[in-house]
Design a protein around this ligand. Sequence first.
Ligand code: NCD
Ligand code: ZN
Length: 346
Amino acid sequence: MRTTITLPRPDDWHLHLRDDAMMRAVLPATARHFARAIVMPNLVPPVVTGAQATSYRARIMAALPDGMTFEPLMTLYLTEDTDPDDVAAAHAEGLIAAVKLYPAGATTNSASGVRDFDRIRPVLERMAEIGCPLCVHGEVTDPGVDIFDREAVFIDRVLDPIRRATPDLRVVMEHITTADGVDYVKSADTGLGATITTHHLVINRNHILAGGIRPHYYCLPVAKREKHRLALRAAATGGDARFFLGTDSAPHTDANKLSPCGCAGCFTAPNTLPILAHVFEQEDALDRLEGFASRHGAEFYRLPVNGDTITLTKGTPEPGPARIDTPDGVVTVFDPGFDLAWRVAD
Ligand code: NCD
Ligand code: ZN
């Protein structure tokens, strides 16, 4: 039985770092294990322009504790008014790694997102020309579409038409939650990848709703039925380079989670790597963790694989970290429902 595994230092290809006190509280959890992360732009107000991304990046670097290294890969929040020249300039200077598409109203802080997808065609064409990837929150917001169907409907109604109209656009389907998403990614020859979160490999919708409602398992896109979780596990652990880790670690205080209208998001940054080692070991695929966590995303984003390494060791199973305290309040860490035998060596 294997008890040690060493990987090139992983990256997180979808992360919410927030801002101010919350950012200072959560950033070390990511920087401890990950070299780089694609930083989501859904602040209030959102990070829309290159100038805003420059200043957000500087705030992240200022919040990084002494002695830690971390490279934030910035994104711009796509609106119907986004200026293609601003995107091209930010991409050319190496400031942004991608642009993020939120359908308006799809998730936390997405009110400024896109309603009319025709209006973003010029910017998508420009991104295709310059090779700037589009990260997509793939859910329709039509109230007539059941929340558990929103990803599958988005693929048909929005994503596939965009990809047909702009075939050279490189697209990441963020946090896929369905077998439909897995199949769609596999159907594309080039230019389409997908991130898979830690929590969607572990929970299905029963974990949220059966035997009492568990707000800490509520995130968007919401976890689906078991057959979809199994499809995600097969995709993540199967060695296909089109699938890579994006934790979607999304901290909210308990006050904001445990309320009559609780926020969506699971905070997985502190324990993602031990959970992934557990999942990959269960699938007899520990040797493929390196591809999923350390290689495939870098390849998609055309960045070098990190030169340094981290080591995970297997010991006595213990509960993971339960919470962190922030000046804004307690943030509960995602509970996978099993003790963690794997830990990241210091
Ligand atoms: C994210 C957040 O809280 O910012 N929430 C979530 O449930 N994933 C937004 C998002 O990525 O949808
Ligand atoms: Zn997210």
